[in-house]
Design a protein around this ligand. Structure first.
Ligand SMILES: NC(=O)NCCC(=O)O
Ligand SMILES: [Zn+2]
Ligand SMILES: [Zn+2]
Length: 457
């Protein structure tokens, strides 16, 4: 009897640090051996393919309440789309409900998460940082929820700077990491009022109401609060030089500040808001799309390690849902899809912008696992790690269109983007869950990831 359940042969293994030819022996969902000429009755031939660690998406919103509706991918459809696109784990944002506790948030989101087809973790967004909520932080950490989120905007979720400091302090005390959505709430309100009074209600004014300067200001303030409390900080979905330059400055000063960006901020621009009719609503997300001049800057900061991760902020809404804001851009639910396209876009575009494939693996998987307490169980190809693996055909040309995707939404923001290379097989804990654009795994097989402490990068 073979000592493995299956062996992947003849592929080229690409991790954040190495590229080499080798066979992978998998037993009980774990990588049991890496070597040459491994034998087993069940063989996956990866000749001509790269084998990379499964993608980890640190920022998703599945089945999330927003603006009177819910994001259209639930944990089943979203996790299947993720698997097909080469993502084997994701961390979703559970949101403390109005009048509820952090434990309530986790309970609600674990019920949603029971449908997940790949492994998932949870952050908790703290929307009311009263004494009770702060007192729950140590319990959360013990339960494997080792990261919290602060929104500086959105009436239903934002906390003020004092509450933010309390969350930073308490999280630091218990070894948890705080993530933050940086935009200046008051500037946005001021601008929005002026725009609406002037009858400027179309989707493109969403971007006008929240300029890059107000993301930069908020990033600076968040970093200042982290500095004052001696806490590490992770700034989510950086869209522009104005915020990333603050991260850079802080890191140069030795502060434990980390940052994330998303494919939309290096592939799409404010020009998309000018698409005809109500199509600009497809890109109504926060922060909004920026000017193209940011693209090269962001790629460079990824290359230099100023920005450590690329997530999606996957938060899709059907156009019917976006139409809630047909006459008022402030009522358009914020967010767009991306969970299925992130890996293909990054693996194809990264090398064109000076990132090695190893670097792409680092920012889409390894760094995420390290920062969010899952390494080396997730995020690498090593003996003892989960066999979360992607076979990537670097020669497969695909034009991204809505029709080739599986996200539960009626558009993709990346329509028409041509990628050279595509994930062709995904294994989650050793199970082949996706092959050639189809989900073929069992339903509800995803497990909750009990995360440990963050490694500050
Ligand atoms: N990003 C976005 O527009 N929607 C989801 C919520 C958030 O991350 O801000
Ligand atoms: Zn956000
Ligand atoms: Zn988000």
């Amino acid at each position: 009897m073979s000592k493995f359940d299956k062996v992947i042969k003849n592929g080229t293994i690409v991790t954040a640090s190495d590229t080499y030819k080798g066979d992978l022996g998998i037993k009980d969902g774990i990588i049991a051996e890496i070597g040459q000429n491994l034998e087993c009755d069940t063989v996956i031939d990866a000749a001509g393919k790269l084998i990379i660690p499964g993608g980890i998406d640190a920022h998703t919103h599945l089945d999330m309440p927003f603006g009177g509706t819910f994001s259209s991918d639930d944990f089943e459809s979203g996790s299947k789309a993720a698997a097909i696109g080469g993502t084997t784990s994701f961390i979703d944002y559970s949101i403390q409900p109005a009048g509820g506790t952090l434990a309530d948030a986790v309970k609600i989101w674990k019920e949603k998460g029971a449908k997940s087809c790949v492994d998932y973790g949870l952050h908790v967004a703290i929307t009311k940082a009263d004494e009770n909520a702060l007192a729950e932080i140590p319990t959360m950490v013990k339960e494997g929820i080792t990261s919290f989120k602060v929104f500086m905007v959105y009436d239903a979720m934002r906390v003020n700077d004092a509450a933010f400091m309390n969350i930073l302090e308490k999280s630091k005390e218990h070894g948890a990491l705080v993530g933050v959505h940086c935009e200046n709430y008051h500037v946005i309100n001021h601008r929005t009022k002026q725009l609406l009074e002037a009858g400027k209600t179309e989707p493109k004014y969403h971007a006008v109401s929240r300029p890059a300067t107000c993301e930069g200001e908020a990033a600076n303030r968040a970093i200042t609060l982290a500095k004052l409390t001696n806490a590490p900080l992770y700034i989510v979905h950086n869209s522009c030089e104005e915020s990333i330059s603050r991260v850079k400055e802080a890191r140069e000063a030795g502060l434990p500040i980390m940052g994330e960006t998303c494919p939309q901020y290096v592939m799409l621009s404010e020009d998309n808001y000018d698409e005809p009719g109500f199509n600009g609503a497809k890109y109504v997300m926060s922060p909004p799309l920026r000017s193209k001049k940011n693209w090269d800057y962001i790629w460079q900061q990824l290359k230099d390690g100023v920005i450590q991760t690329v997530a999606t902020d996957h938060c899709p809404f059907f156009m019917k849902q976006k139409e809630l804001g047909k006459d008022d851009f402030t009522k358009i639910p914020n967010g767009g899809p991306g969970i299925e396209t992130r890996m293909a876009i990054m693996l194809s575009e990264g090398p064109k912008h000076g990132l090695s494939l190893n670097k792409v693996v680092e920012v889409t998987s390894t760094n995420v696992a390290k920062i969010f307490g899952m390494y080396p169980k997730k995020g690498t190809i090593a003996v003892g790690s989960d066999a979360d693996l992607v076979l990537y055909d670097a020669n497969k040309e695909v034009t991204i269109t809505k029709d080739v995707l599986h996200e539960n939404v009626d558009y993709t923001a990346f329509e028409g983007v041509k990628v050279s290379g595509y994930p062709v097989m995904t294994l989650s804990r050793g199970d082949v869950v996706a092959k050639d654009g189809e989900y073929i795994g069992e339903s509800n097989r995803g497990q909750f990831i009990k995360r440990g402490k963050s490694i500050v990068l």
